[in-house]
Ligand binder design. Structure first.
Ligand SMILES: Cc1cc2nc3c(=O)[nH]c(=O)nc-3n(C[C@H](O)[C@H](O)[C@H](O)COP(=O)(O)OP(=O)(O)OC[C@H]3O[C@@H](n4cnc5c(N)ncnc54)[C@H](O)[C@@H]3O)c2cc1C
Length: 366
């Protein structure tokens, strides 16, 4: 029996283990954390990701613990709509996007991995060109070695040398809030160099996220800063911030990887953020990791040469990362003139054009 050795037990690593296991491979996951845990935040999963989850046999289980996205769109800080998405049309053409809690997705993925496959508390130090993996408890080997170890991947060094992530220019906050009133819509509001978004979760809580242009490494006071920045924005933002709990606020600078020259070297392959960490503006990072997992297991089962995985995945993920980066550049504009112009243009773009532009991202069939 062939064996896949997977470094990293995040969304990408767990999905990869499931994909290989379903094809009759032995799988082993080396995860440095002592427990698989998720940060307290929501996660949007687009129809392309749902098709990947269906391919893993988990689509129904994830849908059952998620909520279908309803009406969605982008507003300005006063609440005026700049663009709206016709949720019905998206659903009919592409399938339903859903919003889930990260912990729910990880729980479902973890439950589908064979019990004996997951080895936690093991930190990988190096992957040699011959595929030997050295780690905190010795060495391991596999017929295919998968680097699913995130943006600061150790495995990546064996595939394409040292590649440093780059700072996007903005920082992000995330939190899950119990609102005082139920919320139906999903909206993101754009100001000057700042954004605030919110989306309902299946259990009635609301996932909120915010961004702001700041120099890299700028510390944040958390909730007080969010209230100062966004407390006068349109409803329901002030009431969500009033209901928020300081201890629930996560704060991270946003980094992305420059395009890699390859995702594969011999029997070693990179996936998820280790291969293509992207800005979160399209909500596609984890979606792409799920697609990667399905494609890698298929290619590895059909062919001893993994370059087909690279050929299938690198152009697509590069296109999506580049789009996400461009959206971020527009969304984070901060000069008053540029923001006025942006908002005017946004109001003029017909929603049919925005709708069609989603096709290359959402039409993935596996
Ligand atoms: C603010 C924000 C919002 C986002 N929103 C969305 C969204 O709505 N939808 C979406 O699709 N994506 C979203 N993303 C992106 C998404 O979170 C990531 O793309 C996804 O989690 C990547 O999964 P991964 O498994 O590749 O990497 P990770 O989640 O980083 O997992 C890597 C794993 O490898 C382990 N590891 C690392 N190094 C080692 C080592 N040396 N040895 C052993 N184990 C190791 C880590 O402990 C970790 O468990 C968002 C990202 C951010 C920052």
């Amino acid at each position: 029996m062939s064996k896949a050795l997977i470094v990293g037990g995040g969304i990408g690593g767990l999905a990869t283990a499931i994909a290989f296991d379903r094809r009759g491979w032995e799988v082993e996951i080396l995860e440095k954390a002592t427990k698989i845990t998720a940060v307290g935040a929501g996660l949007s999963l687009w129809p392309n990701a749902i098709r990947a989850l269906d391919a893993l046999g988990l689509g129904d289980e994830v849908r059952a613990r998620a909520i279908e996205d309803g009406s969605a769109g982008i507003r300005d800080s006063r609440g005026t709509w700049l663009s709206r998405t016709d949720a019905e049309a998206v659903r009919a053409r592409y399938g339903s996007p859903i919003m889930t809690h990260r912990a729910d997705l990880l729980d479902i993925l973890r439950g589908a991995v064979p019990e004996s496959a997951l080895r936690t508390g093991i930190s990988v130090r190096e992957v040699r060109a011959d595929g030997t993996v050295t780690h905190s408890q010795g060495t391991s080997a596999g017929d295919v070695i998968v680097g699913a170890d995130g943006i600061h991947s150790v495995v990546r060094r064996a595939v394409c040398g040292v590649v440093d992530p780059r700072y996007s220019g903005y920082t992000a906050w995330r939190m899950v809030v119990t609102p005082t009133e139920p919320l139906g819509e999903l909206a993101e509001s754009w100001g000057r160099g700042e954004r605030f978004g919110y989306a309902a979760l299946a259990d009635g809580r609301v996932y909120c996220f915010a961004t702001a242009n700041v120099p890299v490494g700028t510390s944040s006071t958390g909730l007080p800063e969010l209230r100062r920045r966004f407390g006068t924005w349109h409803d329901p933002i002030p009431s969500l911030l009033a209901a928020a709990d300081e201890s629930a606020v996560l704060h991270n600078d946003i980094y992305e990887l420059p395009p890699l020259r390859t995702y594969v070297s011999g029997r070693i392959a990179l996936l998820g953020d280790a291969a293509h960490a992207m800005t979160p503006n399209l909500g596609q990072g984890a979606c792409q990791a799920l697609e990667d997992a399905v494609v890698l297991a298929r290619v590895a089962a059909e062919d001893s040469d993994l370059t087909r995985y690279d050929a299938e995945r690198r152009p697509r993920t590069r296109m999506i990362a580049a789009r996400s980066n461009r959206i971020g550049a527009v969304a984070q504009l901060d000069s008053p003139l540029a923001v006025r112009l942006r908002d005017t243009v946004m109001r003029l773009i017909p929603s049919s054009a925005q709708f069609k532009a989603l096709a290359p991202v959402l039409d993935w069939k596996g």
